[in-house]
Design a protein around this ligand. Structure first.
Ligand code: NDP
Ligand SMILES: O=C1OC[C@@H](O)[C@H](O)[C@H]1O
Length: 340
């Protein structure tokens, strides 16, 4: 028999593991309509997100937004904000045509970026963004939130909306259409090999210059790998029911039939029943920045390819790519705008 002076239990040392989480200070660049759903609400239940700074062009809107949503710092719409050492991450819900310039500036300032979709006006700009992010070891995510849980919120689009401005990267193919192109590519796990057909209907409700070259709807036929045909379609201007009740913009993405077995996650999937697609997206984004493996991710090449095929559709239907940003990146001088 063993002759212990004390019962063995006394030799067990209690181990207390203290898990400390590094919080991330988020800045929001633009007091945009989508910002509460995509950033503010998800931040409320994410223990690592602190709403730090809001920047917007109008001082009254900045103040109102800061007070309503609890941002500590306020900025005008200038680049000083991109250099604030208190800010770790910037959410960019600007018009599409401004994404490239302000994302490049944010990366130059050392910030991770959650970038609204579609990432840029052109595939070339998206590639530049990811090249700079990689060189600075920063995370950029194009906010295709449905990819983190499939659901899409939609609403009606007024004539002065940024979606109708060619200069700001508007058009149906750039808005619900960017989801349609993305869904076709995602569900077929392949990229198009060609745009077989593409037709777009112009937005003709006004003759304002910003509304020229903007498509109100489009339909394309895409040849994909493995003899799959994809048909993205979107309409940003669905007529009101009985002329008075607004409808949501129409988005469809079909592909020729294939059979697939759907798998659920092994073990418990992260998330709660009440999480929105934006909350799932935020979970993955923060995981990536913090060096954890997100449940789902959208790789840079995916974003670049999506822009490439949006441009290819615009080339085929004759509307042409949205304007390339006039911003030219220079490491040494923070890249001022250079007009062609
Ligand atoms: N993920 C999603 O579910 C959704 C994503 N989006 C995307 O988010 C982005 C913003 O969309 P949304 O919130 O509807 O946009 P808003 O109409 O709210 O505009 C966003 C910001 O852009 C600036 N802005 C607005 N009009 C102009 C203009 N004419 N010229 C220059 N700047 C302007 C303003 O910045 P400031 O505040 O500094 O004045 C404004 O806050 C787009 O890229 C869109 O595609 C939009 C809706 C849903
Ligand atoms: O991303 C979006 O999702 C919902 C649409 O209504 C909106 O126009 C678009 O920008």
């Amino acid at each position: 028999m063993f002759d212990f002076p004390f019962p063995p239990i006394l030799f067990l040392r209690a181990q207390v593991q203290v898990v400390t989480r590094m919080t991330l200070n988020f800045g929001c660049f633009g007091a945009a309509k989508i910002a509460p759903a995509a950033l503010v609400h998800p931040s409320r239940t994410h223990p690592e997100i602190v709403l730090c700074a809001i920047a917007a062009s109008d001082p009254h809107r900045v103040e109102d937004f800061a007070q309503r949503h609890g941002f500590q710092k306020r900025y005008g719409g200038d680049s000083a904000y991109q250099d604030d050492p208190d800010v770790d991450v910037i959410y960019k819900p600007l018009p599409n045509g401004l994404h490239f310039e302000w994302t490049m500036k944010a990366l130059q300032g050392g910030k991770h970026v959650l970038l609204e979709k579609p990432a840029t006006d052109t595939a070339d700009e998206a590639a530049q963004i990811y090249a700079l992010a990689a060189s600075k070891k920063l995370v950029v995510l194009e906010a295709f939130h449905y990819r983190f849980q499939p659901a899409i919120q939609r609403r009606t689009v007024k004539a002065d909306d940024i979606r109708w401005s060619y200069e700001l990267g508007g058009g149906s193919t750039m808005d619900p259409g960017s989801y349609a192109v993305n869904v076709v590519r995602y569900l077929s796990s392949s990229n198009p090999t060609a745009v077989l057909t593409a037709t777009a209907v112009p937005y003709t409700y006004t003759s304002l210059p910003q509304h020229q070259k903007v498509d109100k709807s489009f339909t394309a036929t895409l040849a994909l790998e493995n003899e799959i045909i994809g048909e993205p379609h979107s309409n940003l201007s669905v007529p009101k029911i009985f002329g008075i009740i607004p409808r949501i913009p129409k988005l469809t993405a079909t592909k020729s039939a294939t059979r697939e077995k759907a798998y659920s996650f092994k073990g418990a999937a992260k998330g709660e029943d009440w999480w929105t697609t934006y909350r799932y997206q935020m979970e993955a984004f923060v995981d990536k920045i913090q060096g954890r493996t997100p449940q789902t991710w959208l790789e840079p090449q995916d974003t670049i390819d999506n822009m490439k095929w949006i441009e290819a559709i615009y080339a085929k239907d004759g509307f042409g790519s949205r304007p390339h940003s006039q911003y030219v990146y220079h490491e040494e001088n923070r890249g001022e705008r250079e007009i062609d």
